[in-house]
Design a protein around this ligand. Structure first.
Ligand code: ACO
Length: 412
């Protein structure tokens, strides 16, 4: 049923037959030309599989928000999540509450998925809707004009190139296994491998080659997906190795893959965008001037759509018994005082309105802590979380802690 806005706009599902209309609208708003046929078909496929919320002015589509259902790894398991994308409002209808209405509609229609996640085009937009920084990422650059100097010995087994079919067959299950050990990773189906990771042309840079994939070990003990680009002598720009993803079971395997990437002829820089914050490469480097972390940025934004369900579905690293007060202006069912009692895999987060809270969170800050990437103590120090009982934030942090920091390499 349509949800009417006071302004006369209405929200309703975008019919499958209107997916091309929705895409035309999105390209206009993103100031983009429509992509080639294969990419266009991929966008259609994503929209077909998504919840498609449209804002309509009469018959005219003026706003779109798509939410692709997937599962996200959280400590100890997987949680259903809405992957929010294609958030676009016509230039003629901005700042009239269209996004606010579409977001409310998303929460209403996807209440059965405890989490929602997105990559923000601008960091100022989504905090007001209760999204916090779920994962951070870093850009790492290697000056590869000289051999990569490392403090550890690389695994000396050979590195081999994989074709597309072999990649999907071998790396699909390997990636799935890595998800269990690191929170913040969406499940990746075969289409995701083929249409997102292994597409020939890079959306952002036509000069990059098709992706190459190398693996080490049988069974696979690590892999790297990368593209290269010729240098430009006139502009004195060295050839580039752009690393899209690198996973390894051991430090020695990671060292071997980085050494391979840094050793590719006719290139002078390796740039890895979106590395986990705890990537060991900078520590392995013998010369920190050769391996530099050039940026750190919020990657995937996270929303706890159902706070209780989200908390009860994750595992906890230490026993905890604390009373948390949560504020949530957009989803009042999440707000209130609850007791968090967790011990390993079991957790309850039940209302206890009469109890005095140990900590008070805005829901966006709880989302920032949820995957274990940001400590509650830091948020207390930033004045964002109120600690009523000394030591409560430290106790919560001990329970939230994860072995590996959360990370998301999937940009959706
Ligand atoms: C997950 C993704 O898809 S990221 C892609 C996001 N989309 C884009 O960047 C495309 C270009 N921009 C747009 O389409 C629109 O400007 C949107 C979607 C960002 C905002 O849509 P609007 O309908 O204008 O937003 P709406 O009127 O609901 O604004 C709600 C609030 O957000 C604020 N806001 C909206 N856009 C921005 C922005 N870019 N920066 C800062 N604040 C913003 C408004 O000021 C308003 O604040 P208030 O609640 O304090 O009054």
């Amino acid at each position: 049923m349509d949800q009417e806005l006071a302004s006369g706009l209405a929200f309703r599902e975008v019919q499958e037959a209107d997916i091309d209309v929705a895409l035309d609208h999105a390209f206009m708003v993103f100031n983009e030309k429509p992509p080639g046929a294969a990419r266009l078909e991929r966008h259609r496929e994503v929209l077909r599989g998504s919840l498609r919320i449209g804002a309509y002015d009469g018959p005219l589509l003026v706003g779109l928000l798509a939410a692709l259902p997937f599962t996200l790894s959280v400590p100890g398991g997987d949680v259903p999540c809405s992957g929010v994308s294609f958030v676009t409002v016509s230039p003629t209808h901005r700042r009239r509450g269209v996004l606010t209405g579409m977001m409310a509609e998303l929460f209403r229609r996807s209440a059965d998925r405890p989490l929602a996640a997105l990559w923000a085009s601008e960091a100022a937009i989504y905090g007001r809707y209760g999204y916090g920084y779920g994962t951070y990422a870093a850009t790492v650059e290697i000056d590869s004009r000289r051999p990569l100097a490392l403090r550890i010995a690389p695994d000396e087994r050979p590195v081999r190139l994989l074709g597309k079919e072999e990649t999907v067959k071998l790396l699909g299950p390997y990636y799935d296994a890595t998800r269990a050990s690191r929170p913040g990773r969406p499940a990746r189906d075969e289409a995701m491998w083929r249409e997102e990771w292994l597409v020939d042309t890079d959306e952002g840079d036509d000069d990059l080659t098709a992706p190459r994939v190398v693996a080490l070990g049988d069974p696979v003990a690590g892999y790297a997906v990368y593209r290269t680009k010729c240098g430009d002598e006139d502009a004195r720009t060295p050839g580039l190795v752009r690393v899209d993803e690198l996973e390894a079971d051991t430090p020695a395997v990671a060292a071997a893959l980085w050494r391979y990437l840094a050793g590719i002829d006719l290139t002078g820089v390796v740039r890895a965008w979106g590395r986990p914050e705890d990537d060991p490469l900078p520590l392995m480097a013998a010369d920190r001037d050769q391996v530099r972390v050039t940026s750190r940025f919020p990657a995937m934004w996270l929303r706890l759509v159902d706070v209780r369900d989200a908390m009860e579905r994750r595992a906890w690293a230490a026993p905890v018994d604390l009373v948390l007060e949560v504020r949530d202006d957009r989803l009042p069912a999440n707000a209130g005082v609850r007791r968090l009692v967790a011990d390993g895999g079991s957790c309850s987060f039940r209302p206890e309105e009469s109890a005095a809270p140990d900590l008070t969170f805005d829901v966006r800050d709880l989302a920032t802590c949820y995957l274990g990437g940001t400590r509650a103590e830091h948020l207390v120090r930033a004045g964002l979380v109120a600690e009523h009982t000394p030591g409560a934030a430290a106790a919560l942090d001990a329970a939230l802690a994860t072995e590996l920091l959360p990370h998301t390499s999937e940009e959706f």
